[in-house]
Design a protein around this ligand. Structure first.
Ligand SMILES: Cc1cn([C@H]2C[C@H](O)[C@@H](COP(=O)(O)OP(=O)(O)OP(=O)(O)O)O2)c(=O)[nH]c1=O
Length: 193
């Protein structure tokens, strides 16, 4: 790696996924407000990832900055992180027995080079039929509270999921195959990294 790479994220999932590639990077979480996403999930999620990358690359113009944002979309309705336990239960009730999309936008920026690129990856996730007791017990674990759609596929929440179509790591918060391609394409990492 020629220049420093910064992961502009407070998400432990993103840190672990990127670290799993054996890359060296710093973590500087972005402090941008995350306004609710409007009627255009694809544009909205890209805009959020881009604003995180923009904020950090303004502070570190000579580094490569990687940022991401993840949302869950069910029939056009966007689910971010639940506001409270009731909200989490309600989200899970709606996701029960249905297929939703997880959208993660990844943004790569280098201000000094005038480089800025954002792309979104979609994964379809099908939930089994959930009993109300299961939903309540799962919410009580606390796992849903900091996660889009109120579940973590990588944790206890795996029991909710019947099928995944597309990138698994995209659901966890960082689509690894696409991220590696992006970093390699722009010379941020070498093929041997
Ligand atoms: C659907 C799903 C989401 N998530 C997480 C990934 C993201 O961390 C979170 C969505 O919130 P984000 O706003 O995308 O990210 P964040 O606030 O956690 O971190 P930062 O903005 O600093 O990068 O939901 C899982 O961990 N597992 C899942 O199965």
């Amino acid at each position: 790696m020629k220049e420093a790479l910064i992961l502009a994220s407070a998400s432990p999932r993103r840190r672990e996924l990127l670290a799993g590639l054996g890359l060296r990077f710093q973590i500087v979480p972005s402090r941008v407000e995350e306004p609710p996403i409007g009627d255009h999930p694809d544009e909205g999620v890209r805009a959020l990832a881009a604003s995180k990358a923009r904020e950090i690359s303004t502070r570190f113009p000579e580094a490569w900055v990687l940022a991401a944002d993840t949302i869950v979309v069910l029939g056009g309705k966007v689910f971010g992180k639940p506001a409270d336990e009731k909200d989490a239960e309600e989200m899970l009730r709606q996701l029960s027995g249905r297929t939703h999309e997880v959208l993660t936008a990844v943004s790569l920026a280098h201000r000094g080079r005038g480089f800025f690129q954002t792309q979104a990856v979609r994964t379809q996730v099908s939930f089994r039929d959930l009993k109300d007791g299961e939903i309540r017990a799962y919410v009580k674990t606390g796992e849903p509270m900091d996660k889009a759609g109120a579940y973590g596929i990588q944790g206890v929440g795996a029991f909710l999921v019947q099928r995944v179509h597309g990138s698994y790591t995209n659901v966890v918060g960082l689509p690894l195959a696409e991220t590696v391609d992006l970093l390699m394409k722009h010379g941020v990492i070498e093929p041997s990294a």
